[in-house]
Ligand binder design. Structure first.
Ligand code: SF4
Length: 213
């Protein structure tokens, strides 16, 4: 498998797939949902072949019989792990395997953001993941204006840090050169909702268009 290391995440490792074509929850009524319209994973350096190739590799690789065992071995020294810096659990089979990896690596704090909660077939496996002590499963809101459903969503985009509301934990990476800088809130299942200030030219353009409509 191809593991990525993202400087934004203080060097915490992640496993990802190519965005959009593995993101069934990115489409609603035939249109990209707002949060995915300016998705960072379809722009900038995510377009480069050296970033795309490992994600394409992983899409085939997870289907190997030995993949779960190999992932468990790979994670033997990790304290934190991020699933899907880009992409999502497009397959129920993949979700079941990730659940097995989480179960077999109790020393790792897993963070997994997803939009597949929109599909009933994922309900059972997502409930199983959520019941694990070492897994923070965050259902992403489609809003870029800070709208979310309490007790359902675990993350949402807000236009600016000033749009933070009660009940949300502000992601302060924007104040630290875009890096987590020791914060591990996303991996902490006690923290119910994280609010990420929009970043990137595309996302701000999307917000301008939505606000003007
Ligand atoms: S909330 Fe904390 S852990 Fe999550 S992305 Fe922001 S800085 Fe990183």
């Amino acid at each position: 498998m191809k593991i990525s290391i993202t400087s934004k995440l203080d060097g915490i490792r992640s496993w990802s797939l190519q965005a959009l074509d593995t993101c069934p929850g990115s489409i609603d009524a035939g249109e990209l949902v707002d949060a995915c319209k300016g998705c960072y994973a379809t722009t900038d350096n995510y377009r480069f072949p050296n970033v795309k190739a490992p994600r394409a590799h992983n899409k085939l690789d997870w289907q190997r019989l030995e993949w779960v065992d190999d992932m468990v071995l790979e994670l033997r020294k990790d304290k934190f792990f991020r699933w899907f810096d880009s992409g999502d659990m497009y397959s129920l089979g993949l979700a079941e395997k990730i659940f097995q990896v989480m179960t077999l690596t109790p020393w790792v704090n897993h963070w997994l953001p997803t939009r597949v909660h929109k599909f009933p077939k994922y309900r059972v496996v997502l409930e199983k993941m959520k019941a694990l002590k070492n897994a923070s499963i965050r259902f992403s809101s489609d809003s870029v204006l800070g709208e979310y459903t309490k007790n359902l969503h675990g993350s949402v985009i807000i236009p600016t840090p000033n749009d933070i509301k009660k009940g949300m934990k502000l992601c302060e990476a924007y104040a630290n050169n875009g890096k987590c800088s020791g914060c591990r809130a996303c991996y902490d299942k006690k923290i119910k909702v994280i609010a990420y200030p929009a970043h990137g030219v595309s996302m701000h353009k999307v917000i301008r268009i939505i606000k003007a409509a």
